[in-house]
Design a protein around this ligand. Structure first.
Ligand code: SAH
Ligand code: SF4
Ligand code: F3S
Length: 466
């Protein structure tokens, strides 16, 4: 691990807690941080944890032990909001018992409904939006010193890139390449809670990844709501393929992944990059959302089914072993049985490697919220189950075809479910489970699948490649 630094010009580092610097007196103050939502929130949480560690707080997995409890929330669907609000409600008791406990709500739900939530929950000390998370240490100090409740919910502030992260993993790391989104898909809250799209200069990204490589990281996953539009608005005249090329030449990094790709912005150049750049993994997540052109139009997605299929064909033509995963929303306003059957047919034709199926959730303030949420909940549920089961069958058949076929796996460590077994991922992002030992952690190995479930390969390793 590298030394921690606050220097703005230095790349973000992996940090260790410095207990002696605690601003709350003593040196054993602890924070508990729970994260909801997507990879962006996970990375934001790693930045928050890094900042609190710099302040001297130690991370704990026990809420009872904590002096600060932070919930980093998601607002993408109603259920995500309910989970976080439910948890916040449960914390009331703990706050009563421990008067000096600080409770904070961060992230997308805080950004969306922070003021209202603060009013309704007197036990909540502060709410902090997505564009102010770098101010959390300052807000905590203010809440403690002035004994007042705080809201920091600016929607236009430029977020300062973190100077340190406390990362959950030491083999794979998420790296921001852009923040925000301005695609305004009609169902989606993200542009309203994450603000406009902004790409990060490539030199900052490269220097962060070099520093990760120096610290022993082997894989990076580049994050953005629509990575394919990377570079828009930057003076340096670079696109996502150009960025991949730069990262591909960083020594020590073995693998590059990225999420999410918006079908309307996937270029031939990007497909060439996946085919030609050796570290870019043959796996892509690009959400289709629906197989019906009528629904895609209502969703304001900017492509139709034939555009999407053209990309799939081109990808599979140039990168034959590519794995493709997708997101689907069922029960969007106006989705008829016929529209849904188009999605089912598309599933049968494209045969995705995996997919995430969501039930449409009405989000106040979005364009789709003006449409009647007219698909009954049980119909949404039925459609969701139907696609899940179809995907299960397809994934099983696809994985069965790979039994006995050698795969490159990056070993991540002991499996959580069975510590005698080790786990890693194939280049196609499929989970592999095999007998192993700590010596191969962080190494690329040659893995032979012996049996498969829809989501996991079980097998053995032949040898360590590196
Ligand atoms: N930027 C990514 C997706 C981010 S949100 C992209 O465009 O691909 C992740 C997924 O949540 C979306 O792909 C969509 O399938 C789902 N989602 C977003 N808003 C939703 C809503 N209101 N109801 C149900 N699912 C939703
Ligand atoms: Fe939401 Fe669309 Fe932006 Fe993805 S691209 S975050 S679905 S608005
Ligand atoms: Fe992610 Fe949820 Fe926010 S999906 S961007 S944490 S609304």
């Amino acid at each position: 691990m590298q030394k921690k630094t606050n220097d703005k010009d230095m790349p973000p580092q992996i940090c260790r807690p410095l207990a002696s610097k605690s601003k709350r007196g003593g040196g054993n103050h602890k924070f508990f941080l729970k994260t909801y939502g997507c990879q962006m929130n996970k990375l934001d949480s790693e930045a928050i944890a890094g900042a609190l560690s710099e302040l001297g707080y130690e991370m704990t997995v026990s809420e009872k032990e904590a002096d600060i409890i932070l919930l980093n929330t998601c607002s993408v669907r109603d259920l995500a909001e309910k989970k976080a609000l439910g948890k916040l409600g449960l914390l009331k008791k703990l706050k009563k018992k421990k008067g000096n406990l600080l409770i904070g709500l961060a992230g997308c739900l805080a950004q969306h409904k922070g003021e209202e939530i603060l009013k309704k929950n007197p036990h909540l000390d502060f709410v902090v939006g997505t564009r102010e998370i770098d101010r959390i240490p300052e807000l905590i100090a203010e809440a403690v010193e002035r004994k007042k409740r705080i809201s920091a919910l600016s929607s236009c502030r430029e977020i300062k890139e973190p100077s340190s992260y406390l990362r959950a993993d030491n083999i794979k790391a998420f790296v921001y390449v852009m923040r925000g989104c301005e695609n305004y898909c009609s169902y989606c809250i993200v542009p309203y809670v994450r603000g406009p799209e902004k790409s990060r200069p490539s030199k900052d990204i490269v220097s962060e990844i070099k520093s990760l490589a120096d610290s022993g990281y082997k894989e990076v996953c580049l994050l953005g709501q629509n990575v394919n539009s990377y570079g828009r608005g930057l003076k340096e005249g670079i696109d996502f393929s150009g960025l991949l090329e730069k990262i591909n030449s960083i020594e020590g990094i073995y693998r590059i992944r990225f999420v999410t790709s918006h079908p309307k912005d996937i270029s031939e150049k990007l497909i060439d990059s996946i085919a030609d750049l050796d570290k870019v993994c043959e796996s892509i997540h690009f959400p289709l959302q629906s197989g019906s052109d009528k629904i895609l139009k209502l969703m304001n997605r900017g492509y139709d089914l034939s555009d999407y299929i053209k990309i799939v064909d081109r990808l599979r033509g140039q990168v034959p072993d590519v794995s493709i995963s997708t997101d689907i929303i069922v029960g969007f306003p106006g989705e008829t049985e016929e529209d849904f059957n188009r999605t089912v047919k598309t599933f049968e034709e494209i045969r995705f490697d995996s997919s995430f199926i969501f039930k449409y959730s009405h989000r106040g303030g979005t364009a789709a919220s003006r449409l009647e949420d007219d698909v009954p909940f049980d119909v949404k549920l039925e459609r969701n189950k139907c696609l899940l089961s179809l995907q299960g069958e397809i994934s099983q058949k696809k994985n069965d075809c790979l039994i006995g076929e050698k795969q490159e796996v990056l070993v991540e460590g002991p499996s959580r479910k069975n510590i005698k077994m080790y786990t890693g991922r194939t280049r196609q992002n499929k989970i592999a489970i095999f007998p192993g030992c700590d010596d191969i952690k962080g190494k690329l190995v040659s893995f032979i699948p012996e049996r498969a479930s829809p989501n996991v390969f079980y097998g053995k390793i032949e040898n360590s490649k590196l």
